[in-house]
Write a protein that binds this ligand. Sequence first.
Ligand SMILES: N[C@@H](CCC(=O)N[C@@H](CS)C(=O)NCC(=O)O)C(=O)O
Length: 226
Amino acid sequence: MEHHTLIIGNKRYSSWSLRGWLAMKLSGIEFEEVVVPLYRADSHAELKIANPAAPPKVPSMKIGSGAIWDTLAICEYLAELVPEANLWPTEQITRAHARSVVSEMHSSFLALREFIPMDLSKQVPYGDLPDEVEADIARICEIWRDCRQKYQDKGPYLFGELSLADVFFAPVTVRFRSHTVPLDEVCSSYFDAVWSLPDFKDWRLAAEKEEWVIENGNNYGEQKTA
Ligand SMILES: N[C@@H](CCC(=O)N[C@@H](CS)C(=O)NCC(=O)O)C(=O)O
């Protein structure tokens, strides 16, 4: 197999990096990890090496002479590369459902992203969130409840077995935790299942050891949200 290098941002703050990294772990393939601290003067120059987008973002992946520079594209590549890992649910209609919620996560929830950026070092009491953020939280909980209700017999994750759908919602658990978002029993038990994933625990431990602090860290303000 070709050498895979995953380029990611700060583990404390980068939600898309967490998704790419968890997807790599779920695929079971060996990879080299390169962490590029974000929002520094030289960040974009470093990221450009494996990412032609303007501005270049994380995660991106180098594979031999090729590159992939979007989380969903990385996930689809992995699902094709390692079909036996069943990164998507095996049943076609369930797979279509999983792709729908993943695409919704990939393209929506802008208010949640803006007002509650991922920050593993933050925990504040719940309250005073704008209506648009509450609406995003309500929709995410609706997705979780719907999936759990349909697939609960197959396991504790959104589609029963662990899949890319859980990878996509893992950073949301960090956002919810940072603002102590109240969850009902179903969502809370799903939260616990994701929070307990050994790879996710490893990510959080590594995040704790990072020394980089993004000024205004849990609110990127003028900067892009993560
Ligand atoms: N749609 C992209 C989003 C990637 C993204 O927004 N990454 C953020 C960090 S989580 C980033 O690279 N921010 C750095 C910057 O904008 O300079 C994907 O799915 O990979």
